[in-house]
Design a protein around this ligand. Structure first.
Ligand SMILES: Cc1cc2nc3c(=O)[nH]c(=O)nc-3n(C[C@H](O)[C@H](O)[C@H](O)COP(=O)(O)OP(=O)(O)OC[C@H]3O[C@@H](n4cnc5c(N)ncnc54)[C@H](O)[C@@H]3O)c2cc1C
Length: 264
């Protein structure tokens, strides 16, 4: 007799695309924009704002059958946001924060035209509620691509308050927004251990309208949980009016892409 539960059905493997770096642009001292191109991207299933993809930096384990009884090695991959996708041009744009150590940040800091990478996805995207009377979008530098795509998808004239936490004023760059979008930049300084403190303070101080709105938060996982707790317990917002995401976790590598803080 075995006490093991039956194996969970394997997750369907996301489609993969081998892509080449077409251009590299420094947006700010700590953010680099890489445009990938590939004829294969014609089939990329672009599904809307704040979708995510996996970038695979070492694809050696991705092909070929493992030895009998052995598990296939997991390739080195990290989660990113398609900032822009152009099916006609077969181009996909990713904005990378250069935060320091880590295979993705290290790769992006040396990215050059002609290099290749495997892209997998996309995963879940954010669904805009067109009937919401206001939007609050709060994130750190890793969420600037996602929040930008959400802003581009909001109904014309939507009322949106945006808080973006970056290291310093040199990291501020152009963000899309309509006539009723207010963007506030917050400067956290160099200490990553303080990530999310300014964001949390800004959300706490935000004047929430009494009407029905939607909140999107994406930042360091611990800070996201503090903000989520505040929104649920102190502001009393319904859980289904919030999407909160831990985009990275202080001291942890390869934080999973499905951290919505639902343990709060
Ligand atoms: C759905 C989703 C979408 C995302 N989209 C983007 C995106 O478009 N652009 C983007 O830049 N990032 C994005 N991220 C965040 C990105 O996946 C992480 O920052 C990731 O950890 C980077 O991988 P790495 O190999 O550089 O570092 P890792 O190997 O994962 O981590 C190495 C070390 O660096 C630390 N670290 C990781 N990220 C940061 C950071 N931002 N600041 C300070 N320290 C950090 C870790 O705590 C760890 O100690 C997204 C994450 C998710 C879940």
């Amino acid at each position: 007799m075995t006490t093991e539960s039956p194996a969970a059905p394997a997750k369907p493997r996301r489609p993969r695309y081998r892509a080449t770096v077409k251009s590299v642009q420094r947006l700010t001292p700590r953010m680099v924009r890489v445009t990938f191109t590939s004829p294969e991207l014609e089939a990329f299933g672009w599904n809307g704002p704040a979708a995510h993809i996996k970038l695979i930096f070492d694809d050696s384990g991705a092909t070929g059958a493992p030895a009998p009884g052995a598990e296939a090695p997991r390739p080195t991959m990290r989660t990113y946001t398609p900032r822009r996708f152009d099916r006609d041009a077969r181009e996909l744009v990713v904005d990378f924060v250069l935060h320091g150590e880590g295979p993705a940040s290290t790769w992006a800091s040396q990215a050059q035209v002609g290099q290749t990478l495997t892209i997998a996805g996309p995963g879940r995207n954010y669904v805009v509620d067109p009937t919401a009377e206001w939007f609050l979008l709060a994130g750190d530098d890793t969420a600037i691509p996602a929040i930008s795509t959400i802003l581009e998808a909001l109904p014309a004239g939507a009322r949106a308050s945006v808080y973006l936490e970056v290291v310093d004023a040199g990291e501020e760059h152009c963000i899309p927004g309509g006539p009723n979008t207010t963007i506030r930049w917050l400067h956290r300084g160099e200490d990553a251990a303080r990530a999310g403190e300014k964001l949390e303070a800004a959300v706490r101080a935000h004047a929430f309208p009494p009407t029905r709105g939607r909140v999107y938060v994406a930042c360091e996982a611990g800070a996201m949980r503090r903000i989520r707790r505040f929104l649920l317990t102190e502001r009393g917002l319904p859980a289904d009016h919030l999407v909160t995401r831990g985009y990275w976790k202080l001291g942890a590598t390869d934080h999973p892409d499905g951290d919505y803080g639902q343990d709060v």
